[in-house]
Design a protein around this ligand. Structure first.
Ligand code: FAD
Length: 385
């Protein structure tokens, strides 16, 4: 096995990215003034198709893709800045999130020309909501154990099986689906393929799974005799495993991995006010130092992705540290702000933000790869196991 080290080279944002940051802030100020969204603890998770389309019209989706596919040929660092500003503002992002971040780059690298021309301009315009169908009732971390199977038929494939925890399958136009196209063999990574599934097709049942916040966000999705035509297979049949790489780096290192608790951090600072005691000062200082470090690590990964590298180990490290940070913020906030200061009429939403973060933060350990799996990946890459 080849082992590797990891590094996080510092990245200096170019002037174009700094100008873009100001432009995005101005756009967001206009949006909040117009009341199109209100900052809040779960901003990112909201779906607003019209907002996604306004971002598309601004050129802030598919930012790094070729212009011939509706992209804008901007740098990974410029893309990073736009996403960071949108997350900090609590803008609604879910309408385009998985499409822009995961499916688009996947199609650019492995999709057919027909798939690229059909889907990339739609994604870049903010008109395509995508779900990702990997996990199954008996297979989450170990994707090689998936049982959703596809059997070859005339002109395509017949799919049968069940996926679970599929975020937004009830709203998606398209699902990026992991299926077994040949039986499990000694090479556990062989025989798994990636299909694009049009969610309007016959043979799909979507059932809600209500999360701890009482929200319908993910689902169980059952496929019965679903026909998927040949032109919806992404890349080579049986090679889905080899396609996983950069998309995971995008997924695991992006600022959403350490900004989930940002609204609460800001409200905690506001609630403490301008005369913090020693403990409050030290704790906030420490959290902000972590935040700054995570930002620079995440930015460094954006730089590597922009240079065509595949920083999968570095991305796993950022996801692991980001998870710890996002779970620490609500615990610290609860300890720092005494109960009588939480529910005052001028509390500025602190209580709601704390409640949301306490209930949501257990999930960050799991989504996008569990902490144990990430640490296994890091240890293996470093030759430690
Ligand atoms: C908010 C949220 C959104 C999600 N959205 C999606 C989605 O859109 N699409 C999708 O496909 N999935 C989604 N998931 C599912 C998620 O990817 C899986 O839950 C995750 O991969 C873990 O799989 P599992 O639940 O089967 O747990 P398991 O894999 O059974 O793991 C259970 C525990 O065992 C540990 N463990 C497992 N294997 C090992 C090992 N080899 N070494 C050490 N420890 C191990 C894990 O770390 C974990 O603590 C979502 C999950 C959440 C919380």
């Amino acid at each position: 096995m080849t082992t590797r080290s990891f590094s996080f080279a510092p990245v200096q944002l170019p002037a174009s990215a700094m100008r873009l940051r100001a432009e995005v802030r101005e756009f967001l100020a206009g949006e909040t003034a117009a009341g199109t969204f209100a900052p809040g603890p779960a901003g990112w998770a909201r779906i607003d198709p019209a907002f996604s389309q306004r971002l598309g019209a601004r050129g802030w989706l598919g930012m790094t893709w070729p212009k011939k596919y509706g992209g804008h040929e901007r740098s990974a660092l410029e893309r990073y800045v736009v996403i960071e500003e949108l997350l900090v503002a609590g803008a609604p992002m879910r309408g385009h999130w998985a499409a822009d971040r995961q499916l688009g780059p996947l199609l650019l690298e492995f999709g057919t020309e027909e798939q690229r021309q059909r889907y990339l301009p739609e994604i870049a315009a903010g008109r395509c909501l995508v779900a990702i169908g990997l996990s199954e009732p008996d297979s989450g971390s170990d994707l090689s154990a998936i049982r959703t199977s596809a059997v070859k038929v005339d002109g395509g494939w017949k799919v049968n099986g069940t996926k679970i925890w599929t975020s937004l399958a009830h709203r998606a136009q398209l699902t990026s689906l992991f299926v077994r196209t040949s039986p499990k063999s000694e090479n556990r990574h062989a025989g798994v393929s990636r299909f694009l599934v049009d969610m309007a097709c016959k043979g799909i049942t979507v059932r809600p799974v209500i999360n701890m916040l009482g929200e319908h966000d993910f689902n169980e999705v059952v496929f019965e005799e679903l026909f998927v035509p040949n032109n919806m297979v992404v890349g080579e049949v049986g090679a889905a495993w080899q396609q996983m790489g950069k998309d995971l780096a995008y997924e695991r290192s992006a600022p959403d991995r350490w900004l989930a608790s940002h609204d609460l951090l800001l409200r905690t600072i506001e609630r403490i006010g301008d005369a913090p005691n020693q403990v409050q000062r030290e704790t906030i200082g420490r959290l902000v130092a972590h935040l700054w470090t995570l930002q620079n690590m995440s930015l460094s990964i954006a730089g590597m992705l922009g240079n065509g590298q595949n920083p999968s180990v570095e991305a796993s490290i950022v996801k692991d540290l980001g998870t710890q940070y996002d779970q620490e913020v609500p615990q610290r906030a609860r300890a720092l702000v005494p109960e009588h200061l939480r529910v005052r009429p001028d509390a500025g939403g602190f209580e709601a933000s704390l409640r949301h973060n306490l209930q949501f933060s257990p999930a960050v350990t799991i989504r996008g790869g569990t902490t144990e799996i990430l640490r296994n990946t890091i240890a293996r890459a470093l030759g430690l196991r």
